[in-house]
Design a protein around this ligand. Structure first.
Ligand code: NAD
Length: 247
């Protein structure tokens, strides 16, 4: 199914996890994909005839502008984000500033750079990575993370409303827990507090009523849908894909 044929798509944080799976799924759907990340070494392993890779740091204005001029995207998938562990008491100023810069401001940076081209070309679709842990649901020890991901939902709605008559849609996605390299790191870290990796994994699985964690490919399928014209009547929405966690 070539439902993204003729579209140019840029993906941030595409070296691993959901970003990587989404870049591959978009490429399989016929898009010309620009897969970007700060981890150039891991990116180099992403090979597909429709994928071009280059380093892009979403926290750096010059890097963002260079990447957008090169990709000239019809589709922007803002995937980069970081998970902090801890409560409101644990959180530090530095962690807060870092998280808001990487999880929220970077998406604004990318959209601000990409929107003029989309307006010129008469349309576009933006997909921002939020989380079920946001304004949708609270999760333990996700104070900074949940706060930033709630901000992504607000930002998404604001952009959607401003460009709704210009052919540009802006949605965000709110996954539950998804298999990824950084999830593995979080499971190992939690395992040290709760008596091992397996116990940590059991706790994460227990909060998913389906009794399992999502695969990155399951999330990528939603990203492809929201990027394509098939989703032409949806904008400004958080799309929850959480195995029934918030249901
Ligand atoms: P991950 O956390 O394993 O990988 C993140 C990638 O981001 C890495 O390749 C890293 O190099 C890249 N990155 C870090 N800083 C960057 C920067 N400044 N510029 C560009 N790239 C940068 O991948 P994941 O777990 O699939 O998470 C991707 C997104 O999905 C994040 O926004 C995360 O919050 C969100 N999310 C993840 C889950 C989950 O359970 N895995 C659930 C909901 C939402």
């Amino acid at each position: 199914n070539q439902r993204l044929a003729g579209k140019r798509a840029i993906v941030t944080a595409a070296a691993q996890g959901i970003g990587r799976a989404s870049a591959l799924a978009m490429a399989d759907a016929g898009a010309q994909v620009f897969a970007t990340d700060v981890n150039a070494a891991a990116l180099a392993e992403l090979t597909h005839e429709n994928i071009e890779v280059f380093a892009l740091d979403v926290r750096d204005d010059a890097s963002v502008h260079e990447g957008i001029s090169r990709a000239k995207p019809d589709v922007l998938f803002n995937c980069a984000g970081f998970v902090h562990h801890g409560t409101a008491i644990d959180a530090t100023d530095d962690e807060w500033d870092f998280a808001f810069d990487l999880n929220v401001r970077s998406m604004w940076r990318m959209m601000k750079a990409a929107l003029p081209g989309m307006l010129e070309r008469g349309g576009g679709s933006i997909v921002n990575m939020s989380s079920a842990c946001s304004s949708v649901i609270g999760a333990p020890n996700r104070f900074i993370y949940g706060t930033t991901k709630a901000a992504v939902i607000g930002m998404t709605k604001s952009v959607a409303v401003d460009y709704i008559t210009k052919g540009i849609r802006c949605n965000c996605i709110c996954p539950g827990t998804v298999e990824s390299p950084s999830l593995e790191e979080r499971l190992h870290a939690l395992g040290e507090q709760v008596g091992g990796y397996e116990e940590a994994k059991k706790q994460f699985v227990a909060r998913q009523p389906m009794g399992r964690i999502a695969t990155a490919d399951e999330i990528a399928a939603l990203v492809v849908y929201l990027s394509s014209d098939e989703s032409g009547f949806t904008t400004g929405q958080p799309h929850i894909i959480d195995g029934g966690w918030s249901g």
